[in-house]
Design a protein around this ligand. Structure first.
Ligand code: AKG
Ligand code: FE2
Length: 212
């Protein structure tokens, strides 16, 4: 992994934009610190009996497969979605698409240890089709970005590294995607993070009290 070779920005599919090295090391450090401050990372149980290998904490709205609510599984209120994270999301969408009106109200923060993965899925529990903003920290991973019809090919494998931004909206908003593999030991030791963190910012399209 050669940090000295700049990686170009790429439109992986229509509306799916990868901007490498979007966050500098200081901004990554601050985001890792924020992630450490949010408590309650848990492995999510799926209705089919499976348990996700990532550990997740939610901000703004809690994701239960497959709906959002204002309370977590143990009945405690979901953590607030901070204003500064909304500002970061707006800057991301502005850099990806040149549009500055994005108002995210959900963050899913996922921690991956060296063995964790995420199967191919669509982010479709939001009532809004505003873009998803994804920020990666720590170990690199293979991020598989597919098509909108099924989990299979065609897909593109993207090397997501610490500080990278990936935004998917428009025609790609409901594309299947997943993380087949984390690349352990690839994080910059100066970041002080063992493993990988990913934050996805989303727009719920929900009004509190009306959730399902
Ligand atoms: O970890 C990633 O890069 C993707 C996470 C993801 O797809 C999700 O949280 O829905
Ligand atoms: Fe996703």
């Amino acid at each position: 992994m050669d940090a000295l070779i700049p990686r170009p920005r790429a439109e992986v599919a229509p509306g799916a934009v990868h901007i490498p090295d979007w966050l500098d090391l200081d901004a990554q450090r601050r985001l890792v610190e924020a992630c450490r401050g949010w408590r309650g990372y848990r492995q999510t149980r799926l209705p089919n009996g499976g348990v996700m290998s990532v550990r997740t904490v939610c901000l703004g709205w809690h994701w239960h497969p497959y709906r959002y609510s204002k309370v977590t599984d143990d009945g405690s209120p979901v953590l607030p979605f901070p204003g500064w994270l909304g500002d970061l999301g707006r800057r991301a969408v502005s850099d990806a698409y040149g549009v500055s009106s994005y108002e995210p109200d959900i963050a899913l923060v996922n921690f991956y240890d060296s063995a964790a993965k995420m199967g191919m899925h669509q982010d479709k529990d939001e009532a809004s089709l505003e873009p998803v903003v994804s920020l990666s920290l720590g170990d690199a991973c293979v991020f598989r970005f597919g098509n909108t019809s099924d989990r299979g090919r065609p897909y593109t494998d993207v090397d997501l590294r610490s500080g990278d931004l990936f935004v998917f909206g428009g025609e790609s908003r409901l594309a299947f995607h997943g993380v087949p593999k984390v690349l352990p030991g690839t994080a910059d030791p100066e970041l002080g993070l063992v493993g990988r963190l990913n934050l996805t910012l989303r727009v719920s399209g929900l009004v509190s009290g009306e959730e399902g």
